[in-house]
Each structure stands twice: as C-alpha cells, then as structure tokens.
Design a protein around this ligand. Structure first.
Ligand SMILES: CC(=O)N[C@H]1[C@@H](OP(=O)(O)OP(=O)(O)OC[C@H]2O[C@@H](n3ccc(=O)[nH]c3=O)[C@H](O)[C@@H]2O)O[C@H](CO)[C@@H](O)[C@@H]1O
Length: 358
C-alpha cells in the first residue's frame, strides 16, 4: 500500500499523522509513505526524525483580512498543485490523508482533482478552514470529538478520536529511567508545557510561581518551547525540584510518568490526557480560530477531569493554587479523564484508510 500524508505547522497536526503511520506500518510492513510538509513547520524536524520520507512544498496560510500576502499565497497554492500533480503521478498513492494545517490544503486538493481517495482528520472540536474547504470532496472526514458532526453536513463523517491519544497508550515506559534521566525523586511529577511551540503567558506564570513550587512536594518538568528557552533560563529563579527543558521528543513517556499536566488545550494534548487518564490544568490559547481551545477543553472541565484557567487570570499564584487543588483531588479527576478517552483511535483511522482504498 502507498499513502501520501500531509499535516503541519504545529505538533498537533503532525503527531496524529505519525501515529496513523505507525499503525498502518504494523498492518502493512511494506507500506510506502511520502509525507508532504513545509520547511518552516515543526514537521521538517519531527517527520525525518521519525524515519518517514519527507518532501517540502512552499505555501502559506490565507490571512483572514484583505492583504497582498493572500495574492502570494494564491500563487504558491497554484505552484504547489503543479508540483504535487507530478509527485502524485510518480508516487501513485492509493490514499491521500490530510491532518490539517494549511500545508495539507494543496495536497488533498490535488488528490481530489486526480480522483485519488482522500481522508481528512480533524483534531479540533471547531474545524479549521482547510478541512472545511476540503471536506466536500473527501471520501471520509474523521473527527476527534463527538458533537462536531454538524460542522460537516455534506461529508462522510466518522467520530473516531485522535490517533495520537492511542499512540501514547502503546508507548513502553521505564519510569525509573525517566526519573534518573531528569534527576527526579519519588515525589509526583507535574509536567508543564505550552503546546508544541511553547506559550509566553504560561512561561511568565511559571517563572513567577517557581519560588512557591520550590517548597511543594513535587517534581516539576517544565518545557518552555524551543524559541523561549534561552530567555526563560536567563530569567527564571533556580529551584532543585524544577527542571527546565526546551522541547521534549519523548513526550508520551513523560506523560505516562506524570501525575498532573499543565498545558494549553491543543487537541492532540487533550487526546493524550484522556487516553492516559491524566488530570490537568488547561490554559486555552486565546489566539486561535474561533477560540477552539476553550471548546476543546470544555468536555474535560464539565466532567471534572480538568481545571481551566483563562489566560487573563493566569498568574504564579492562581497556578500554584490550582496545582495544589488538582493534586488533592487527583484520583477522581484521573478517572473522569480516562472516561473521555478514545483508546482505539489510531486503529479506527487506519480502518478508514483500508475502507477507501478498496
Ligand atoms: C497555537 C495553535 O495553533 N495551536 C493549535 C495546534 O496546537 P499544538 O500543536 O500546540 O497542540 P496540541 O496540543 O494539539 O499538540 C501538541 C503535541 O506536541 C507534543 N509535544 C509538545 C511539547 C513538547 O515539548 N513535545 C511534544 O511532543 C504534545 O505531546 C502533543 O502531542 O494544533 C492543535 C490541533 O491539533 C490545535 O488544537 C491547537 O489550537
């Protein structure tokens, strides 16, 4: 079987694609894959690192307001379609899969023009522009949250969850080795990060909270995001139990060892938390389309699996208070979180790939 897959920009669009590929490879050892991304997105680092053949195209996202940049984007879109037509005629994929981010737009569009079966995976409870545009001609649209079906009235929709969630369940975890790697003692691990690219507001609050966190009976693994790391290290107070990291490549393993996660409410993160049954403190990004992270977080908050802090209310003090509160209610929140997970999402998405290629 041959699949072409595209999703990019941030980890939330890339990890679900990689999780699907792992599942397909387990079923088809001779699977041939070509991943299409851009040079500027995180995919240019993560995809080759996962050993997946990668090619890049040049494309940018459309601006929502009138802008000359949109003329350039239209130009790059047409150029990308021409390049991709050649690529698809040579590679001859059985199925083309888009997992979101603007790069998946021309890839799935070209496949649809050429009559190749296409599948979209939507991670968020409010769909992105690219997927809405492509859904009309897609053979399947796989959704991560029940209740968002109405957003794709004309499409062949299935609610299956997010493959990244089930992927983390499959990870082999050696907790003693993880604790040794970061110099952590036996106290619970609080894992803090701001999505795949880091978040300045979370970094500010953590830096403010470090003197208090130093006195809490926890180990803190604090991931700043690559671009923020130097600045955080230069300004953050030091504490023996707070370990600062730029980016984590083995996140599934760390998540499996953590007792509590503090994070943005990106959709792939949510799928990991609920697959593992982890309590969380979620700080939705207010800078995303249609405030979709607040919507992503809502099921967890309503079911007692997470506490939500609005970015405007986030300070060192509100963060520490919430960490204490969640740890005190850990077990009930963990159970509530587990009830919301989709542990078989990767298999379900792989089933759709098999379905449409027949
Ligand atoms: C600002 C922005 O546009 N955010 C969007 C982006 O988020 P973003 O990519 O930040 O967020 P997600 O939470 O969906 O995914 C992050 C992924 O990166 C992993 N990770 C994170 C940090 C790290 O050091 N190492 C690591 O492996 C996480 O475990 C997770 O699997 O895509 C998601 C869609 O899928 C959306 O819901 C988010 O709104």
């Amino acid at each position: 079987m041959k699949v072409m897959i595209s999703g990019g920009g941030t980890g939330g669009h890339i990890y679900p694609a990689l999780a699907l590929l792992d599942t397909l490879k387990a079923r088809h050892p001779k699977l041939e894959v070509l991943y299409i991304g851009t040079e500027n997105g995180l995919e240019a680092d993560l995809v080759p690192r996962a050993g997946v053949p990668f090619k890049s195209i040049r494309i940018a996202g459309l601006k929502r307001s009138l802008s000359v940049d949109n003329v350039k984007t239209a130009y790059w879109f047409v150029q990308s379609v021409l390049t991709l037509r050649k690529e698809m005629k040579t590679f001859r994929p059985d199925v083309v899969i888009g997992t979101g981010g603007f790069v998946s737009g021309p890839v799935v569009f070209t496949a649809q023009q050429l009559g190749i079966p296409t599948i979209l995976h939507e991670q968020n409870s409010i769909p992105g522009l690219t997927n809405k545009f492509l859904s009309k001609k897609a053979d399947r649209v796989a959704l991560s949250f029940a209740g968002s079906e109405a957003q794709f009235p004309d499409a062949n929709v299935r609610v299956i969850g997010n493959p990244r969630g089930s992927e983390v369940l499959k990870t082999t975890v050696n907790e003693a080795a993880v604790r040794a790697e970061f110099g952590l003692d036996e106290r619970p691990i609080v894992l803090i990060y701001g999505g795949s690219r880091g978040a300045e507001a979370i970094n500010r609050a953590v830096i403010e909270a470090i003197p208090e966190l130093a006195a809490e009976p926890v180990n803190v693994l604090y991931v700043t995001g690559n671009v923020h790391y130097d600045n955080v290290v230069a300004t953050a107070p030091k504490a023996d139990n707070v370990h600062v990291l730029p980016y984590v490549y083995n996140m599934p393993e760390l998540l499996a060892c953590a007792s509590l996660v503090v994070s943005r409410a990106g959709a792939s993160t949510i799928s990991e938390l609920t697959a593992l049954g982890l309590p969380s403190i979620l700080i939705p990004s207010p800078y995303v389309t249609a405030d979709h992270q607040t919507k992503n977080a809502s099921a967890l908050v309503e079911n007692g699996a997470a506490e939500l802090i609005k970015e405007g209310d986030l300070t060192g003090e509100t963060l520490v208070t919430s960490i204490r509160h969640v740890l005190a209610n850990h077990d009930e929140m963990a159970e509530a979180s587990k009830r919301l997970g989709f542990p078989h999402a990767a298999e379900a998405l792989a089933d759709l790939v098999e379905e449409v290629r027949e």
